[in-house]
Ligand binder design. Structure first.
Ligand SMILES: O=P(O)(O)OC[C@H]1O[C@](O)(CO)[C@@H](O)[C@@H]1O
Length: 550
């Protein structure tokens, strides 16, 4: 596809500089601070909102930013060339310099920018081809033309993978499962019998703790279960161990004639050791340009979601992500939710010096979304050197944690309200729930109670409440944002996922990091091998190993 004139304007040389070299950063440090108690009013709630895509709205009324601060953040965006660098990512530049790789997860779902070629292969076509193959495979499984090795149809799918090969796909599956089972628009309405409704139940094995595999294996019928082995590298110890665990369990199944490998498909990169095997029922591919934590929209999420819900639902999810990617190219920060969210986060981290961010979905469907965001954000921007390997002299990625509301309220909100650290909060909410059943009790529904709790928390955190008893005093001035939509549909979920992927990307670019490698996970892997291999190791490590009887 040829680039348009506007797109051409984004091409050219870039300057990479640390955050503290950007003039707007110094000005931000000197800008007058905002008191939420002073500014929060109905007009601000109405005004401080950006539509992202697919009906998802980002409201930042309870964030401590003034027009002046937003103007400076706009300047910061321009000084760090965030939109042109995003364009470079979309265009297939080498934006993971540490590993000398392109960064192409956007290409798994979008049509932005020109085609990306690598070794004469058109990668847009490659990703699309894998998606088509997965769709065809899933349809055959659903139609019963592909059966288990004992002749029974598959009704359950188990994803075996860890990190990015587990967290995103698992969070996405859980987000849609209740909706796809219950909403007549998907399960019983016009789509019934075609592509709507949940097609297969999904389970997940990720931890090398044997109890994880044993628990899942005890809940499934081996004859009707299809396993998806997912490992981009094909070398991850936990995943290979769990593959062996599953194969062993299937081999011991009393079912006559069951062939374990014919109950397993593989998703990996073409260069991985797993790619060479022709023992799997089928294999689907990604490549090194799709980072694990960015792989939910590739074959890594595609195989699971297409099998569980059907290829059309996966396509809707991709369309939502593509819409968010398109919205993220807008240079005006007041009209670009992902960019604005990223820059306000930088303001909170670097100017207000706040060390953590809590993600608080008021939706049980998003129960594992904070866990996915932990990897996405902390593995991407938990770095102390810039993209050239030089130390940076400012804080980078915050600690991310979260739980669905209202459960979190009865757990860690005490610290959030009255602790000595201020933690910026990201609320996520929906007007409607995912299921078909709700109850009116004490004159409100459960969904109304849920959302009443959420908005009450936003106000309580921002406005606080004075009390002469210091123990009952709420200081307020605790910032939050709200991402919300009518319902968490497949399209909204895609937009939500891409919003965060793009937010993390923009923050990494502001901090001048390489957000796309993860060297920090290597040392632990090396030392684990030393322990298991009985190799020479640090005496303290040997002593700990002895404590644990390894
Ligand atoms: O898909 P793989 O190669 O098994 O990797 C799993 C995960 O391990 C990591 O490399 C971290 O150890 C993640 O970045 C990745 O998502």
């Amino acid at each position: 596809m040829e680039p348009t004139k506007e797109e051409m304007a984004l091409t050219g040389d870039r300057t990479y500089q640390n955050l503290d070299a950007a003039p707007a950063y110094a000005e931000l440090k000197n800008a007058a601070r905002v008191s939420l108690k002073d500014v929060l009013n109905p007009d601000r709630v109405a005004a401080c909102q950006v539509g992202t895509s697919a009906g998802l709205q980002y409201n930042y009324a309870a964030k401590p930013v003034s027009d002046h601060i937003l103007d400076l953040l706009q300047q910061l965006s321009e000084q760090q060339e965030l939109i042109p660098k995003y364009w470079d990512i979309l265009s297939g530049e080498t934006m993971n310099p540490g590993e000398n790789r392109k960064v192409l997860h956007h290409l798994t779902r979008g049509q932005l920018a020109a085609d990306v070629l690598h070794n004469e292969r058109n990668l847009r076509d490659f990703y699309a081809e894998q998606q088509r193959r997965i769709a065809g495979f899933a349809e055959q499984v659903h139609a019963g033309t592909i059966l288990g090795s004992t002749g029974k149809p598959f009704d359950t799918v188990v994803q075996v993978g860890i990190g990015g090969s587990d967290l995103g796909p698992r969070a996405m599956y859980l987000a849609l499962d209740t909706l796809l089972q219950n909403d007549p628009a998907y399960a019983g309405g016009t789509r019934s019998g075609t592509t709507g409704g949940r097609k297969m139940r999904a389970e997940f094995i990720s931890n090398v703790d044997p109890d994880d595999a044993v628990a899942v294996l005890s809940r499934i019928d081996p004859e009707t279960t299809l396993f998806i082995l997912v490992s981009k590298s094909g070398t991850t110890q936990e995943t290979l161990t769990n593959e062996a665990f599953v194969i062993d369990a299937l081999a011991k199944s009393p079912a006559q004639g069951l062939k374990p490998r014919k109950h397993m498909i593989c998703v990996t990169s073409e260069t991985s050791p797993l790619a060479a095997s022709d023992e799997y029922l089928d294999s689907f591919f990604i490549d090194d340009f799709i980072g694990g934590r960015y792989s939910s929209t590739s074959a890594v999420g595609g195989a699971l979601l297409s099998l569980a819900f059907g290829p059309d639902i996966f396509a809707e999810f991709l369309a939502g992500a593509a819409e968010a990617d398109t919205a993220a190219i807008e240079p005006d920060i007041r009209k670009n939710a992902a960019l604005l969210d990223a820059l306000i986060g930088v303001y909170e981290r670097n100017v207000l010096e706040l060390p953590a961010t809590a993600v608080l979905p008021y939706s049980q469907a998003l129960s594992r979304f904070p866990a996915h965001l932990q990897q996405l954000d902390m593995e991407s921007n938990g770095k102390q050197v810039n993209r050239d390997g030089e130390p940076v002299a400012y804080p980078t990625g915050p600690v991310i944690f979260g739980e669905p509301g209202t459960n979190g309220q009865h757990s860690f909100y005490q610290l959030l309200h009255q602790g000595t650290d201020i933690v910026p909060l990201q609320f996520i909410g929906f007007t409607g729930c995912q299921g078909a059943t709700d109850l009116q009790f004490q004159s409100s529904t459960s969904q109304a109670k849920l959302n009443a709790n959420m908005v009450a928390q936003i106000a309580a955190f921002a406005l606080g409440q004075s009390d002469s008893n210091p123990n009952k005093n709420f200081p307020g001035e605790r910032p939050s944002s709200l991402l919300f939509a009518d319902k968490l549909t497949p399209k909204v979920l895609g937009a939500l996922l891409a919003h965060y992927e793009n937010k993390v990307m923009f923050q990494g670019l502001v901090w001048n990091l390489n957000s796309f490698d993860q060297e920090g996970v290597q040392l632990g892997k090396v030392l684990t091998k030393q322990v298991l291999g009985g190799a020479d190791m640090h005496p303290a490590l040997a002593a700990f190993a002895k404590l644990m009887e390894i």
